[in-house]
Structure formats: structure tokens, C-alpha cells
Unconditional design. Structure first.
Length: 636
DNA sequence: GCCGTTTTCGGCCCGACTGTTTTCAGTCG
């Protein structure tokens, strides 16, 4: 997968070596195979990848690698069972288990036996045993049996529009379709047209999807989705009869990538959404249109689902379309338990609507405080709400400064003075200049001599500044063996040392982990930058034991960065939450290479909120005096 | 396959839209 300049994630050319899993979204993998990319690597392929990289004898899997491997296996189980026509609730149980596993902030290896696994929500004795089997053997007999029964190519068909498990099974049974090429032939030879259940409309849809190329869900970086969402919102807002427009869905939950846009349009019931949308300049086609619901395709290929609701339903509609699906299911079950019914139109007792106009009203009627959208993933937020212990999530205004920025002394685009001006313009009280060290070949990194001159220049500058301080820093490379790329003497002169991995991403897991742990032992390191090295949709996190890294950061102490570049957002939400649970402070850093990029922190704030972080969990959400004290604690 | 303060069996969230059904199944969110 590659992130294009528009942020749209596309199939990566052959030879790409990574499975890319972002939050709960699993992107294509092309792991040496010749076939078309598939969603969520089959376990077999993950095993092959792991085997290439980690010699069996020394393999010590990361919690995250284990988690993703197991979650992917359960996702595959779910799809194969669905195609076989098994009980949909059984299918759902596997999907839910995969979600639960992805959201775990504790390494699976810490769970002692199946009893503890069994205690996880949605995991019973059977799934606990399967997790255990995967943990110990990295295989799953039940999955291997299923694979022998269901042709591998059928899973990919599920990604085509209009094809669900029932029709895929019908294609296989009636036309002996075993994969996408078989389907293409069935369409071309007219066999599909003669098959009952596949009328001209459905066939046309399939033909268009097949012509468009790969059958796979696409996801956009949140920042790219915003470029489509905000103009569409403004357009709708300007229409007659429309009171309010909200972008809901994963966009509102602030996920780092977004699959499509969900818009809740509050207006008069006689508003003709479809007619209005036909006049929208960015429209490619109208996919479906009813009186209350429309699906459109935008010119860039992004899909938007719109729902027209009345004012009395705005809150319940917003809750419903914000999701996540698992969060909604929990809310609806909660309503059921109280003899109520929750749908997008409101919360009902019998036919009487008892809530619905605002989200707060709906949650209150369910006995809960309002839950911020970023937390609605069924990762403990409902339990926390019940206990009245939801975190007070950090906000943009809480940030007092930024601890990671570059100037044109290394690979930045603007001189120090411009960066300071931009930081002051944003109301910040301090900015750490952390240009690259020299080791990195692709940038004009600083050696000890140039860094010494920058330190002197910053000292002189600070003497002239009022109510603003430039912190002296560096983004120093962690060498392959865990040493840092600059000598101790120069690092001692700095206020903040941000250490980062920029090379040797494919070291075996144990070596990568030891490398980073060694770097964290350095007496000057304050912050580990972009801790997993991922580039969303392009490069997976490197193999490392992040549980050990978090524990080391806690013990030392030093801090972990949440890099706010929209294509990094590294750490992800689950790792942020894990850092918080281990009481490791986080630096939300713009990693700006120009003054305007200091605004990156809005993406970091979104991710931090998804990771349950409060202002107290964030280093740079404190005044400079406290930040200095915290940085001093990292000096050994 | 999970789950339970009515339940260890029988439930499992709910509704819109499409297409080809001739009264509703399948898909999607």
C-alpha cells in the first residue's frame, strides 16, 4: 500500500514486504505472493513473513505481532464460516473476538492460561482455547480445516459491492466460481446473467467493480478524508431546509484512517437530498437514493452515506451513525435490558420517544454520562462511564509547547526565526528545535560541531526573547547497535534529546528490541520519537516488543512520543492507552518541518483522545517550568 | 460462539435500500 499525495491508500507494487495493520483496520499485504493483494493476511502468510524475519530459534514475538496474527486468523475464520453459511452469530463471535484482541493493551503472553483469556469480554472457553493454540503453535487446526473446505479466492469476492456471503456461496455452488478471475469469466460469457438472483442491476454493479480493478476496501488518511468531508458538509449546510450537518462515523471517532464518510443531515423531511446532491460539483455518481438516505460516490472515489433526520432524532441519529458498531450494539442491548428500544430515530419505551434530540439525552436515559466519540470502540468506555470514571480527554488548548521540530539546518524548510514566529503565532510558550543528527544520509544532519553552534545561537536568541523559550534539542539517530549517533558531551548540553530509529527497520524482533532498550539506557535520552516506525498504509511497525519498551520507559524514566504527522500518528491509539496504563508520559509532537506544520498536533490530539489520554498524561501540556523539571528527570 | 440477578437454552441491534422476490432476502452500515 502506498499513501499518495492525496492520502488515498492504494495497492502497493509487488515486492512490498509488509502487512500493514493500522488500529483496527487491516490493509493489504503483499508478502512475496504473486496473487492479487488480499485484505488481512491469511495466517499462513503472516507465518511465512515472520519466519523470514525472525529465526525460529530466537523468535520472541511481540505482543502486537501476536495480537494481529490472532486477530487476522479470527477474521478469516469469520469470513470462511460466513461463506459456508454458518450461524451468523457464530460468525459475529469471531469478528468480535478479533476486535477485542486488537484493542488489548496488555500483551497476550501475559495472560496465564485459558482461564484468564476466558475472562475477556466475548471470549469463552472455545475461543480461549483457540487463542492458546495460536499462541503456542502459531497454527489453528480449525482454520486449516476451513481453508481446505472453502476456496481461498472466495474471501476476496466479499469485498465486491453487492456480494455478501450468501451470493458468494451461490456463485460457488451454481457457477463453480472459486475466485475473482472465475467471476470475470462468468460475467464475460453471460453465464452470470442466466443465473437466478443475479439480475441486470447487480451484474452491472459487479462489472463496474471488476473493471475498476482490485476488489478491496480502500481507506483514506483522516486528513485526506477531511478534504472531502468539509466541503461536502459546507455544501449541505448551505441548502434550504437544512439546519445542521455533522460528519459522523469513524471520521468523528477520529480514527487515523477513514473508509467512507457518514453524514447526518438534520432538516425538514421534504428536503430532496438526492436532487441537491446531483448539483454537487464533486459528485461522481449517485449510488442509492431514498427519501431519508443517500449514498454517493465522490470524484476521488470516496463514498459518502447521508441520512436525513428530524431535529427530535438528531442525537440518536448522531450516536447511531458515529458508531462504532460494537459500541452501538452495547448501547442497544443496554436499552433492551431496560425495556427500551434504541434506533436512529430515538430511544423508545413502547411507541413513546423518551430521548433522541441530543446525544447527551440518549446516554443519560441509558444511565450513562455522554461518552466522547473517540472512545466509542467498546474498549471499556461503557464500563468506565458506568463507574463515572471516564477520563477528561486532552484538548488542543491544553498544549503549551512542542518538543519536536526541525529547521533548515537539517531537513526542515524554514529558518529558526520563522519556526519561532509560527510557534508564537499558535500561542505556544516553548518550542524544542530537534534537527536531525548527521548519521542520516538523506538529510543535512548536524554533527557535533554544527550542533554546538546551533546551541550557542539558541542561547543568544533566548536572551532576546520575551515570554517564549526555544529549547535546545536534537533528533538523534539510534544506530543499529543501540548507540546514539552523537557523543555524550554534546548531548549533555541539550535540554531535550529525542532518540529515533530511522534505519535497519527489518532487524529480527529481539535485536530491534534490544537496540531500542539500549538507546533508552543512554543517560541523555528524554523521548523516544515515533516509537513503532510505522507509516500508515506504507510501512508496518517494525517488529519489537513494545510492552518491554513501555516498561523500560516507565522504569528509567523517559517519555514516548505521539508523532502527530498525519501519515505517522505513531503511537497508535492502543499503544497510547497502554502507555497511560503504565503511567508513561507522552509527548504530542508536531515533528514540523515548516512553521505551518506545527498544526499537525491537531491530528496528535485526536489520536491521544482515542488513546484515553488526559492533559496530565502529556509532557507538553504543562507550563515550561514543569516541562523542564520533567526533562531533568530523564537525565541520568 | 457467547452469555446469564428471569435464562445453562435460546436468545443474540436495528433499519434503509435494492432488486427481482411477487412478499422478502440480501447487503450495508
Amino acid at each position: 500500500m502506498l499513501a499518495t499525495s492525496h492520502g488515498r491508500l492504494q495497492a502497493r507494487p509487488r515486492g512490498c514486504d509488509a502487512s500493514v495493520c493500522v488500529g483496527t483496520a487491516c490493509f493489504y499485504v503483499s508478502i512475496g505472493g504473486d496473487g492479487p493483494p488480499t485484505v488481512a493476511a491469511p495466517l499462513r502468510e503472516v507465518q511465512e513473513l515472520t519466519a523470514q524475519r525472525v529465526p525460529r530459534a530466537t523468535a520472541r514475538s511481540t505482543p502486537s505481532a501476536h495480537k494481529e496474527e490472532i486477530a487476522a486468523a479470527f477474521d478469516e475464520m469469520a469470513e470462511l464460516l460466513a461463506i459456508r453459511g454458518e450461524n451468523p452469530f457464530r460468525v459475529r463471535a469471531y469478528q468480535r473476538a478479533a476486535q477485542v484482541i486488537r484493542g488489548l493493551t496488555r500483551p497476550l503472553a501475559e495472560f496465564r492460561g485459558t482461564k484468564e483469556l476466558d475472562a475477556l469480554p466475548g471470549i469463552g472457553a472455545d475461543l480461549a482455547a483457540k487463542i492458546d493454540e495460536l499462541l503456542h503453535t502459531r497454527r489453528l487446526a480449525a482454520l486449516e480445516r476451513l481453508r481446505r473446505q472453502v476456496p481461498a479466492g472466495l474471501r476476496e469476492l466479499l469485498n465486491l459491492p453487492g456480494l455478501g456471503p450468501v451470493r458468494v456461496r451461490a456463485l460457488n455452488r451454481k457457477l463453480h466460481v472459486r475466485g475473482i478471475e472465475d467471476l470475470r469469466r462468468a460475467v464475460a460469457t453471460g453465464r452470470l446473467a442466466r443465473t437466478s438472483g443475479f439480475g441486470p442491476a447487480l451484474q452491472g454493479r459487479l462489472e463496474r467493480a471488476l473493471a475498476a480493478g482490485t476488489a478491496a476496501p480502500k481507506r483514506w488518511l483522516w486528513s485526506a478524508a477531511a478534504e472531502s468531508a468539509e466541503p461536502l458538509r459546507s455544501f449541505l449546510q448551505s441548502l434550504n431546509g437544512i439546519a445542521e450537518v455533522e460528519v459522523a462515523g469513524s471520521y468523528r471517532r477520529g480514527r487515523d484512517t477513514v473508509g467512507d464518510l457518514d453524514l447526518v443531515v438534520c432538516g425538514r423531511p421534504d428536503v430532496d437530498l438526492a436532487a441537491a446532491l446531483r448539483r454537487y460539483g464533486d459528485l461522481q455518481s449517485l449510488v442509492a437514493a431514498g427519501p431519508t438516505r443517500c449514498t454517493v460516490l465522490l470524484r476521488n472515489g470516496m463514498q459518502a452515506d447521508l441520512r436525513l433526520v428530524g431535529r427530535r432524532s438528531l442525537g440518536s441519529a448522531l450516536t447511531y451513525f458515529t458508531g462504532s458498531r460494537d459500541h452501538n450494539i452495547r448501547l442497544r442491548r443496554r436499552a433492551q435490558e431496560r425495556g427500551l428500544k434504541l434506533n436512529e430515530y430515538g430511544l423508545f419505551r413502547g411507541h413513546r420517544r423518551i430521548a433522541g434530540a441530543t446525544e447527551k439525552e440518549v446516554y443519560r436515559a441509558l444511565g450513562l454520562p455522554w461518552i466522547p466519540p473517540e472512545l466509542r470502540e467498546d474498549r471499556g468506555e461503557i464500563e468506565a462511564a458506568e463507574r463515572r470514571s471516564l477520563p477528561k480527554l486532552i484538548e488542543l488548548g491544553d498544549l503549551c509547547g512542542d518538543l519536536h521540530a526541525h529547521t533548515d539546518a537539517s531537513d526542515g524548510n524554514e529558518p529558526l526565526a520563522r519556526m519561532i514566529e509560527a510557534a508564537r503565532g499558535r500561542g505556544l510558550g516553548f518550542l524544542a528545535i530537534t534537527d536531525h543528527s548527521r548519521y542520516l544520509g538523506i538529510v543535512r544532519g548536524l554533527d557535533a560541531g554544527r550542533l554546538a553552534r546551533q546551541i550557542d545561537a539558541i542561547d543568544a536568541l533566548n536572551a532576546t526573547l520575551r515570554e517564549f523559550v526555544v529549547l535546545k534539542g536534537v533528533e538523534v539517530d539510534i544506530l543499529e547497535d543501540g548507540r546514539l549517533a552523537l557523543p555524550l558531551a554534546i548531548l549533555r548540553r541539550l535540554d531535550v534529546v529525542v532518540a529515533a530509529v530511522h534505519s535497519h527497520f527489518t532487524l529480527p524482533e529481539t535485536r530491534q528490541t534490544e537496540r531500542i532498550l539500549r538507546a533508552l539506557e543512554h543517560p541523555c535520552v528524554s523521548i523516544l520519537a515515533h516509537p513503532t516506525g510505522r507509516l500508515i498504509g506504507e510501512r508496518a511497525a517494525y517488529a519489537a516488543d513494545f510492552g518491554r519498551i513501555i516498561a523500560a520507559a516507565r522504569a528509567r524514566p523517559c517519555y514516548l512520543e505521539l508523532n502527530a504527522q498525519p501519515s505517522r500518528l505513531d503511537m497508535d491509539d492502543v499503544m497510547c492507552k497502554s502507555a497511560r496504563e503504565h503511567r508513561v508520559l507522552v509527548s504530542i509532537a508536531s515533528d514540523a518541518h515548516a512553521g505551518s506544520q506545527l498544526a499537525n498536533v491537531v491530528h496528535g490530539i485526536r489520536q491521544a483522545r482515542r488513546g484515553w489520554l488526559t492533559a496530565a498524561d502529556v509532557v507538553n501540556a504543562r507550563p515550561l517550568r514543569e516541562v523542564r523539571a520533567l526533562l531533568a528527570r530523564t537525565r541520568l
